[in-house]
Ligand binder design. Structure first.
Ligand code: IMJ
Length: 260
């Protein structure tokens, strides 16, 4: 088999429900033979925990752990579990983003200092401590991927502070790629997905306009699916992508090539 993830132990963050891009990624990694660890965002009522546990149980994850990246002790817990259970890590999938609702509408210049800090901490900074803690466990040729969006590069209405966070995330991918490549052939890449209806997009005004725009103008005249993003993730974490690092790969039906 050309695309083979068997014997690869991969940690997937950012599954919230069955529309999550991280869920599409987890399914395709499993289909290619990977052994999965899954993290969920803990909340007081345990709503995410039970939902994500039920959703992902068919994938038989060998690790299922709480992770709020704003709590460093939870980050450390995740890696002590990886150390105990796996002793190494072959892949890390970062699908985490958050900005306050009020920051995702209206003027970018109205972003508050706290809103800016929170959006960048969760959506961009979090990749750095994840990689730092993973460093001792990365196997030779391990892969890291994260999710980004065209709003990192272009001013997209209402994307605002998330666009700034994604720009920082894409730059982080280049710096982490430069840091992690030399010693152990660890590769770090981003997937820039086109608009998809997910929990992270459903709450957003104008998302339907963006989707209609893609359906009218993208070379493929349709939106992409979570599973198509998952297929690219599987490729990037496989040995087939052994020469690719520091890149932002667009999985967007070709939308971003258009001049207007
Ligand atoms: C988000 C905001 C504005 C425009 C947007 C998006 N477009 C798309 C998205 C055109 C496609 C979705 N996207 C790419 C994101 O990265 C979304 C991140 C996000 C979404 C929410 C919604 C609910 C909330 N906080 C959020 N934080 C980040 O409270």
């Amino acid at each position: 088999m050309l695309l083979d993830l068997s014997n690869k132990k991969i940690l997937v963050t950012g599954i919230a429900n069955n529309r999550s891009i991280a869920w599409g990624i987890a399914q395709q990694l499993k289909a290619a033979g990977a052994e999965l660890g899954i993290t969920y965002l803990p909340d007081e009522k345990g709503r995410f925990e039970s939902k994500v546990r039920e959703l992902t149980s068919p994938l038989e994850p060998s690790l299922f752990l709480p992770l709020n990246v704003q709590d460093h002790s939870q980050l450390e817990e995740v890696f002590s579990s990886i150390a105990k259970k796996w002793g190494r890590l072959d892949g890390l999938v970062h699908c985490l983003a958050f900005a306050g609702k009020e920051e995702l509408i209206g003027d970018y210049s109205a972003t508050t200092a706290n809103g800016f800090s929170r959006a960048l901490e969760i959506s961009a900074y979090s990749l750095a401590p994840l990689c730092n803690l993973a460093k001792p466990y990365f196997s030779k040729g391990a892969g890291v991927i994260t999710l980004t969006y065209l709003g990192a590069d272009r001013a997209i209405p209402n994307y605002n502070v998330m666009g700034v966070a994604k720009a920082a995330l894409e730059a982080s991918v280049r710096y982490l790629s430069a840091e992690l490549g030399p010693e152990n052939q660890v590769r770090v890449n981003a997937i820039s997905a086109g608009p998809i209806r997910t929990l992270a997009s459903s709450a957003i005004g104008g998302i339907l306009d963006m989707i209609h725009n893609v359906e009218e103008k993208a070379p493929l005249r349709r939106t992409v699916t979570q599973l198509e993003v998952g297929n690219t993730a599987a490729f990037l974490l496989s040995d087939l992508a052994s020469g690719i690092s520091g890149q932002t790969i667009y999985v967007d039906s070709g939308y971003c090539i258009n001049g207007m």
